[in-house]
Design a protein around this ligand. Structure first.
Ligand SMILES: [Zn+2]
Length: 70
């Protein structure tokens, strides 16, 4: 299932985590050359991806919503 990005936070390692409308979280790492997401390292890039839909594997597996950090 696809779910739009509604916001972001950073995990304890400083990696960016997208918050999805379905209530799940998904890492959106920029670790070249394995994972190329140059947009995630700038505030403008992250803002531009708000509303972009990501495949949510947690929805497909019926996982409960992730706790939203404060
Ligand atoms: Zn989900």
């Amino acid at each position: 299932m696809q779910s739009p990005i509604t916001g972001y936070h950073q995990d304890e390692l400083g990696d960016w985590v997208a918050q999805l409308a379905c209530g799940h979280h998904q890492h959106v790492r920029h670790h070249p050359p394995w994972t190329e997401r140059p947009w995630v390292v700038t505030p403008q890039g992250r803002q531009a991806m708000i509303g972009h839909r990501l495949d949510c594997k947690k929805c497909e597996s019926g996982a409960p919503p992730d706790p939203r950090p404060v």
